[in-house]
Design a protein. Structure first.
Ligand SMILES: [Zn+2]
Length: 386
């Protein structure tokens, strides 16, 4: 099968319409309205769930369930996210031959509107051309970029599908099967306030303790499947006050549960061990530095078996286009991390052509967009073949 079946101009028009609508996280309402209108126009009932209210956004996740034409074909989930990273206040796409980029003042938002556009076109084609297919669950999530928040608030029990793809990966003909779990961390160091010039011996500097802890900490790339970072430091009042409090926020990720636990423990211990070295006695009373550590699981790992049905389906679909599928692991999370493994779901992350994402240099090749839609069409077709 060639990439011909896709109506390239309609696909590109949809993509351009979508990227022109500004949709930072928690402000996806206009894109959701556009999608609700488009999906309704395809004759399907569209539901917007209550995730928006629960996360202080202006819309929920957009969900639609297309019936299949082959009654006993297994339902498939096709998912992409509606929000983009900033800057995205005003997006002016610029087309240069087959490449679409921005005017350099914003991201393009191909992350993840390339996925949305490919899904819409694939469903239109199978329906217009009478290509036999099973039921299709379509889900467009909110607030993915802020920690998969929309997906976390979607009721997975509503899905008919037990397999599917999230389209949220750069490149094309690539399928991500493994991604890390992540822990989010916040450390608050409590010291003791004192005048820095008058009586520094009566203070405990929270900033000094934090400095010792951080200097002793393994950060950055820990190993091939583990990373760690401290990204925010807040604290102190003035240059002449010994700071009694500093807060540090960070994270660690790993594709290995054991390594995630070990790195998390290491980071907590660095703070606690630094605090143990600091105490003062003022007016007969002993003051100890102390640490408040808050560790939260941000998301679970993605681990789709290479021999699972969804991987086989994507591979055959890509090979149907005379291309080879590359499967790989990643260091970032996506909505598939939330869905995979729940309710017996197998969900992998399929590349949809976006490039240099999360930068103002983001671009996409129209041919990669059509290739992605064609892969989806082929997946839907093959999924219904017994
Ligand atoms: Zn994304």
């Amino acid at each position: 099968m060639s990439d011909k079946p896709v109506v390239a101009e309609r696909l590109v028009d949809d993509f351009l319409s979508l990227v022109r609508i500004s949709s930072p996280s928690r402000r996806e309402a206009e894109v959701a309205r556009w999608l609700t209108g488009t999906l309704s126009g395809m004759g399907v009932r569209v539901d917007v769930d209550d995730a928006g209210e629960r996360i202080s956004g202006d819309t929920g996740n957009v969900f639609a369930q297309f019936p299949g034409t082959v009654p006993d074909a297994p339902p498939l989930l096709l998912c992409a996210h509606m929000d983009t990273v900033v800057p995205c206040e005003k997006i002016t796409p610029v087309r240069d031959g087959d490449v679409i980029r921005t005017d350099g003042t914003s991201v393009l938002g191909g992350d993840d509107k390339a996925g949305i556009a490919a899904i819409l076109e694939a469903i239109r084609i199978v329906r217009e051309r009478g290509i036999p297919h099973g039921p299709i669950d379509v889900l467009f999530t909110v607030c993915e970029e802020q920690g998969l928040i929309g997906a976390k608030h979607f009721d997975i029990g509503r899905l008919r599908a037990r397999a599917g793809v999230v389209l949220d990966c750069d490149s094309v003909d690539e399928l991500i099967l493994q991604g890390p779990a992540a822990n989010r961390m916040q450390f608050t160091v409590h010291g003791l306030e004192a005048h820095a010039g008058l009586c520094p011996e009566e203070g405990i500097s929270a900033i000094k303790i934090a400095g010792e802890a951080i200097a002793a900490m393994r950060l950055g790339r820990i190993d091939e499947e583990t990373t760690a970072n401290l990204g925010v430091v807040q604290g102190g009042l003035a240059g002449n006050i010994i700071p009694n409090k500093v807060t540090i926020r960070g994270e660690t990720r790993s594709r290995s549960d054991a390594k995630l636990a070990a790195q998390t423990k290491h980071m907590v211990e660095c703070f606690e061990s630094a605090a143990r070295g600091h105490r003062v006695t003022v007016a007969g009373k002993e003051h100890l530095a102390r640490i408040e550590a808050r560790v939260e699981r941000d998301y679970d790992p993605l681990n789709v078996p290479a021999d699972s049905r969804i991987v086989g389906l994507v591979r055959r679909a890509v090979e149907g286009r005379k291309r080879a599928l590359t499967v790989r692991a990643t260091g970032v999370g996506c909505d598939a991390n939330v869905f995979n493994g729940k309710h017996g779901l197998e969900v992998a992350n399929l590349g949809c052509g976006m490039r240099q994402i999360h930068t103002v240099n983001e671009w996409i090749d129209v041919n990669d967009l059509t290739a992605t839609a064609t892969t989806l069409i082929e997946m839907l077709r093959l999924n219904a073949v017994r």
